[in-house]
Design a protein around this ligand. Structure first.
Ligand SMILES: NC(=O)C1=CN([C@@H]2O[C@H](COP(=O)(O)OP(=O)(O)OC[C@H]3O[C@@H](n4cnc5c(N)ncnc54)[C@H](O)[C@@H]3O)[C@@H](O)[C@H]2O)C=CC1
Ligand SMILES: O=C(O)C(=O)Cc1ccc(O)cc1
Length: 376
């Protein structure tokens, strides 16, 4: 898209390739990582996005990055309000948005879904125009400066409908999620919170506690760290303030998971304490092999060879894209050792997982991104 094109709604553009599903404007409250990323992605599709934040500097910054513009009193009501504030104020902000924009649909993107919903119910707020949602996409650091237009591409976006949610309200939230390239998943708030407890909140705690073990280690020991430690501690760089809120709001499922994990850990340690005792080696092997079975269930992680590093490149589901990618890899002098393709249902996008020698992987990513490819 060129700069001149972006001044016009996509429907008025000649190629129409990026036509937005959502009609009218979208107002984002909380212009940090999530809010500004929603804004950037929708602006790429020509959607009119307005921004609001407690911090005027954050709004100005997000607007400078191209995530939208400041709302004025003359602006008509938005079609959709996206609340992208921290979880502990989500119910307050949703309640205020529903009152301020009675004709708009209001969604929020908070990482927990049951607590804000129950709080709104407790306050007796009319939730006809509210649809809770949660894009399963983020980064370790928050703030508008970290925002990316493609943050949600090919990522799941959970939508929590209530049995009273009108189809039109749901359709508007789904339209925005699809416009941002995400894959829709419907769940109840309870199902959502139990699921993210397992796939996001437990890994966060385990990763943080594991990384904290490194603090007293010597420089020499840390110097030996490789991909295994990096992979298992990546999310330990996350923002403690946000996670105190997320974990506190989902403590029921998370505590249950942590208790079960603690039982596994102590069973493992007991077996390892005296591996000569009958059955101990089997206990250890069973727990490790259960890990093999668990990891094989993670989408996009299918036991790649130890000798190679895999990078994942997003490809539009259109003819010729894969061919172009392989040609460009050749031009860059990157030898492909293996290739696996995966499609994301509903997101008109594919993933090309390319295995290569570890020493060229970083350069491959940098060069491909420079040529306009998107990598995960
Ligand atoms: N960080 C992540 O990886 C993900 C976060 N989320 C959820 O998205 C929401 C936002 O998170 P981030 O964008 O990471 O946080 P962030 O800290 O980058 O942005 C939050 C913004 O909300 C503003 N804010 C706080 N209270 C406000 C209020 N009462 N009215 C207006 N603005 C207010 C803050 O000034 C800040 O700019 C959270 O609920 C989080 O659980 C969801 C998916 C991933
Ligand atoms: O980086 C990752 O793997 C994440 O899981 C990021 C993330 C953090 C918080 C969310 O509510 C959703 C996604």
């Amino acid at each position: 898209m060129n700069a001149a094109d972006s001044r016009f709604p996509v429907s008025e553009r000649s190629n129409g390739a990026l036509a937005a599903r959502v009609r009218g404007s979208v107002h984002v409250i909380g212009a940090g990582l999530l809010g500004a990323s929603v804004g950037l992605g929708l602006r790429e599709r020509g959607v009119d996005v307005t921004l609001e934040d407690l911090s005027p500097t954050t709004v100005a910054l997000a607007a400078d990055y191209g995530a939208g513009r400041v709302r004025t009193s003359e602006d008509p009501e938005p079609t959709l309000v996206v609340v992208a504030t921290p979880p502990d104020v989500t119910a307050d902000v949703v309640e205020r948005a529903l009152a301020q924009y009675p004709a708009a649909v209001v969604t929020d993107v908070a990482s927990v879904k049951l607590a804000p919903y129950l709080e709104l119910v407790r306050r007796g707020v009319d939730l006809t125009n509210y649809v809770g949602s949660h894009p399963m996409a983020g980064r370790e650091r928050g703030g508008a400066i970290m925002a990316r237009a493609d943050l949600f591409v090919a990522r799941p976006w959970v939508v929590c409908r209530d049995h009273e949610t009108p189809a039109e309200a749901l359709a508007i939230v789904e339209a925005v999620a699809l416009d941002l390239g995400a894959t829709l998943i419907e769940m109840t708030p309870e199902e959502h919170d139990r699921s993210v407890g397992l796939v996001s909140h437990l890994p966060q705690v385990v990763s943080s506690l594991l990384a904290a073990r490194l603090i007293p280690a010597t420089e020499q020991a840390i110097g030996l760290a490789g991909a295994g430690l990096r992979d298992t501690t990546r999310v330990a760089s996350s923002d403690p303030e946000l996670w105190v809120q997320i974990l506190g709001a989902n403590r029921g499922p998370v505590v249950e998971l942590l208790d079960a994990f603690a039982r596994d850990l102590s069973g493992f340690a007991d077996a390892l304490r005296d591996p000569a005792q009958a059955g101990a080696r089997r206990t250890i092997a069973d727990l490790l092999s259960a890990g093999n079975n668990g990891v094989a269930r993670i989408p996009g992680k299918h036991g790649s060879s130890e000798r190679f590093t895999s990078i994942t490149v997003l490809i539009d589901d259109t003819p010729g894209q894969l061919g172009r990618l392989l040609t460009e890899l050749g031009e860059l002098g990157i030898n492909m050792e293996d290739l696996r393709l995966e499609h994301s249902p509903g997101a008109q996008i594919g993933f090309a997982e390319i295995a290569m020698l570890p020493e060229v992987a970083e350069r491959a990513v940098t060069d491909l991104v420079e040529r306009g490819w998107r990598t995960l």
